[in-house]
Structure formats: structure tokens, C-alpha cells
Design a protein around this ligand. Structure first.
Ligand code: ADP
Ligand code: MG
Length: 484
């Protein structure tokens, strides 16, 4: 074969992507990081290395596919190595390997892949797809040759699939680390390999890794088009954070757009004995039962320091678990709870609130008005500049901090969306039980920062948003005033 020079030199982060091995790899983050370029060369290299292999690259729509992958591969793939068949949308290489270029834009697409087999499946702009399409295609990841099989995807943050992609890859923990994850169905039940497979009966465990991409990784682009960075900088806030910084904690429609890991999440520390402590509870059986433990520092900063989130607990089990998670050395000012703890089940003549009280966890009723509650929570999360009096440098802070061990809260708060019908409100969300409990707690407290510390609210925002602790706009439950 004549010598063919590949017109691509991977940059360092692209090199990491090419060399990483895992069942599922996501290369994701800023736009322009060189992700798509890395994909097409990664695919070509695999095709050459494994004769007769078969790969597929998906985009969400036909025009997107045509404009990006088809055009680019036609421009740069050396013609000596293979030919593009435009009617079949596939590259066929001299060694018998194939790369299909495809799009997947609706549910009817399953049928196109019923008999198909691939060694590598690649999703471009993964957050544009639905998770069920992505997981369905695992069943097509097979073949007669002993080649390494994987699903490799790239994406920017944002898009309809932002939340599932973030959860599947980004929220696993620090990036560039391989995690072995047991596959579960929608209800969290473990999935097992089916009969007839080599590992029949064993749980399905796949390795996953997230490789973050940054525009600055792509020096080729920054140097050839310096205006590119300036154009990203000029984007509106959310898009700029997603496309320039590759930030996964923001997305369009996000309710608590002020949430930031760097500001709100702190490493756990021992809560001093004399800080005030509280518990906040949300009812649930099929939905999870939630208990949050919150401490108030003398400077008025609230710390969510422990969480309990669990489904299918009887009331007696809920109270036992709350007690088990509450060291005897901790004293609580009060326990504020969803008013549904005062509803009697048909077959019972005692309310959950009474059961809790009998076990030494007396509850008080939460103020449930949603919009006011969310506004109050937003004040606690509000990001402010502060000065470090030792170094003189400025930093960002907020009045509510969350221990890094409270993973459900850290997942749920940035996932809340605006309700399209009532944008002041947050839309119902499968994860909203933790924010609900947090809302009950903030509504049981006066305006944030009434402690002894130096925090002061922006006076203007206080003027146009009077902190009426009493207004009940959409209560559906009787309210009990005062604490007992
Ligand atoms: N290793 C590289 N060498 C030279 N140019 C590159 C390299 N990687 C990417 N580029 C160029 O940088 C630009 C952005 O890359 P692209 O892969 O489209 O980014 P992303 O998919 O992350 O948004 C494209 O013009 C691409 O050709
Ligand atoms: Mg791209």
C-alpha cells in the first residue's frame, strides 16, 4: 500500500481521549475543544487497526450530519484508504472496515438497528439524544470478531438530554477517572446479563469515564481564529458558561442558575456543638422520604450537613432512621415537616406526626407556599463577593453551603427547572423532594444572614421583595402558627 500521511496531530487533551479505555467514554465540555475532530480520527484509526470492523457515528438530524461529519470526513479522510458511499451513508475501507454515518431523530429509529452489530458506537452531541436510544444501542454492541467494544460520545453541556448525560457521566465524581457502574432500570433495580450470554445472571457492570474539554485545549483554533473566544464571551450568561467554560451546572430554564459547586459545596467538617441545628422533613413512600440536617453558624451561614433520602419506608422506619442518623450529642431547635405528616392513613387512627412525636422527634408544620419558598431559598443561595481579611483577595460566597457528602441535594438543586406555565415557580421534577425539604426549612427561618456576621443583603432587593413571613398564597393545607 502506498504511504499515506494522516493530516491530524492530536492535541494533548485529544490524546487523552484517544488513549482512554472504558465501555462508555464521554468527551464533553466547551464548544471548539476539538471533540468532533477527535471523533472522526479516532474512528478512522480504529477502522484501520481492526480489519472488517464496523462502527456507527450518530448525529441527531440529517442536516447536522451532512454539515458536520459527512462534510468533514470527505474533506480529510485520505482517499487511498477508503471510499464514501453517499447513498448508504457509509465509509468502506480497503481492509473491509466500515464507518456508518447516521442520524437518529425519533423513536421509530429502533427498527433500523434491530439486526445490526457494531464494534464501536459513537454519539455526537450526546445531550441532543434521549437516554433510552443511547441505552438501546448497547444491545447492538457485538460482533463475531474479538475487538474491543465501546460507546464513545462527545457533547457540549445544554440540550434536552443535559440532565441524564450529566448524571450518567459528570456526576460520578472527579473527571478522567474510570467508574464501574451497575446498570439499573428506571426504578433503580439492578439489571442482569440475560441467559445465553457469557455472563448470564451476573449484574451488568460497565465502566464509564468523563473527559472534560476546554476551548484552551484547542490551541490550533485559538491561534487560527482569535475572534472565536471573543464571540463566545459575548454570549448570554448561560450559553457562555456552557460553551466557553464547559460548565455542566447551568442550563437554559434552570431555576437556581446561581448554584455553583465552587461556591455552594464545601468539604465536610465537624459542626461545633453550640451551633443551632435543625431537621427538615418531606413525606414520601413511592416518592422518597427526605430528612435534612441543617446547622446555622454564628455568622448566619446555613450548612446542610447530612441528608437521608429513601423510598418505601414505613413511618416507623422513617423515624428510626432519622434517630439513627442523629447522634445523641446533637440537639435540634425544631424539626420542620411537610403538612402531610398530619394526614391520617385510612386504616390508622394516628398521624405520622404523632408517631414521630412519640419517638422524641416532635414535628412542626412547614409553610408550604411554593413561590415564596423558592424565593427565600434563592436568597440563601445568592452568590456574593466577599473579601478575605487575611489575604485581601476577593472571593465568592453564599449564605447556604452544602457538604459534599449530600449528593442528592447537590444533584437536585441545579436540576430544578422553571415551570413553563408559571415561570415564578419551579416545575415538578423527580428530584424535587430534597429542595422541597430545604424550602420548608428556609420558610421556618427569618431572612438569611440575621446572625452576627458581616453579611448584608443588597438593600434594593430587600425593598422590592418584602420578607413577609406570613403571606399564604397557595396553601392547600391548614397552617399552624408558631412552633411548639
Ligand atoms: N488537533 C487539531 N489540529 C488542528 N485543528 C484542530 C485540531 N482539533 C480540532 N481542530 C479544529 O478546531 C476547530 C474546532 O474543533 P471541533 O472538533 O469542531 O470542536 P468541538 O467538536 O469540540 O466543538 C475545527 O475547525 C477543527 O478542525
Ligand atoms: Mg463538535
Amino acid at each position: 500500500m502506498p504511504k499515506v500521511v494522516i493530516p491530524y496531530k492530536p492535541q494533548p487533551r485529544q490524546e487523552v481521549y484517544h488513549q482512554t479505555e472504558a465501555d462508555e467514554i464521554l468527551y464533553g465540555g466547551a464548544a471548539g475543544g476539538g471533540k468532533s475532530e477527535a471523533t472522526i480520527w479516532d474512528a478512522l484509526k480504529y477502522a484501520m487497526q481492526y480489519p472488517g470492523s464496523r462502527q456507527i457515528i450518530f448525529r441527531r438530524t440529517h442536516p447536522d450530519l451532512q454539515r458536520s461529519i459527512v462534510t468533514r470526513t470527505l474533506q480529510v479522510y485520505p482517499k487511498e484508504l477508503g471510499k464514501y458511499n453517499a447513498s448508504k451513508h457509509e465509509w468502506v475501507f480497503v481492509n473491509g472496515s466500515v464507518i456508518e454515518l447516521a442520524y437518529w431523530d425519533n423513536d421509530a429509529n429502533y427498527k433500523n438497528y434491530q439486526g445490526a452489530e457494531y464494534d464501536v458506537i459513537r454519539w455526537e452531541e450526546l445531550t441532543q439524544f434521549e437516554e433510552k436510544w443511547y441505552t438501546y444501542m448497547f444491545s447492538r454492541l457485538r460482533g463475531s470478531k474479538p475487538y474491543p467494544r465501546s460507546v464513545k460520545s462527545t457533547t457540549n453541556p445544554g440540550g434536552v438530554g443535559h440532565t441524564w448525560v450529566k448524571k450518567r457521566f459528570v456526576s460520578l465524581g472527579p473527571p478522567e477517572t474510570v467508574y464501574h457502574v451497575t446498570e439499573t432500570d428506571d426504578e433503580g433495580n439492578t439489571l442482569y446479563w440475560p441467559d445465553g450470554t457469557p455472563q448470564a445472571g451476573k449484574p451488568i457492570i460497565r465502566s464509564r469515564i468523563f473527559i472534560p474539554a476546554n476551548v484552551h485545549d484547542n490551541q490550533a483554533l485559538v491561534q487560527s481564529d482569535p475572534g472565536y473566544l471573543a464571540r463566545l464571551l459575548a454570549l448570554p450568561d448561560i450559553e457562555r458558561k456552557q460553551l466557553l467554560e464547559g460548565d455542566w451546572d447551568v442550563f437554559a430554564g434552570q431555576y437556581f442558575s446561581e448554584f455553583s459547586r465552587a461556591v455552594h459545596v464545601v468539604e465536610p467538617f465537624e459542626i461545633p456543638r453550640d451551633w443551632k441545628k435543625y431537621r427538615a422533613l418531606d413525606e414520601g413512600y413511592t416518592d422518597p422520604f427526605v430528612c435534612l440536617w441543617i446547622a446555622l453558624a454564628p455568622d448566619g451561614t446555613g450548612y446542610l450537613y447530612r441528608e437521608l433520602v429513601q423510598t418505601k419506608l414505613l413511618t416507623s422506619q422513617q423515624v428510626e432512621l432519622v434517630r439513627l442518623n442523629s447522634p445523641v450529642t446533637e440537639r435540634y431547635d425544631y424539626n420542620v415537616a411537610d403538612t402531610s405528616f398530619w394526614n391520617k392513613a385510612k386504616t390508622e387512627n394516628i398521624t405520622p406526626a404523632e408517631i414521630f412525636a412519640q419517638k422524641d422527634v416532635p414535628l412542626i408544620q412547614a409553610k408550604k407556599e411554593r413561590v415564596n419558598g423558592w424565593k427565600r431559598l434563592r436568597e440563601w443561595l445568592h452568590v456574593e463577593d466577599a473579601i478575605d481579611h487575611v489575604t485581601g483577595s476577593s472571593y465568592k460566597t453564599a449564605k447556604l453551603k452544602i457538604f459534599s457528602t449530600c449528593i442528592k441535594a447537590i444533584e437536585a438543586i441545579p436540576a430544578m427547572m422553571h415551570d413553563e406555565r408559571n415561570v415564578e415557580d419551579a416545575a415538578a421534577h423527580p428530584l424535587d423532594h430534597v429542595p422541597d425539604a430545604l424550602r420548608y426549612w428556609v420558610m421556618s427561618q427569618p431572612t438569611p444572614g440575621k446572625g452576627e456576621g458581616a453579611w448584608s443583603a443588597d438593600p434594593e432587593s430587600l425593598l422590592d421583595k418584602p420578607k413577609t413571613f406570613e403571606d399564604d398564597e397557595d396553601d392547600d393545607q391548614p397552617q399552624v402558627e408558631g412552633f411548639w
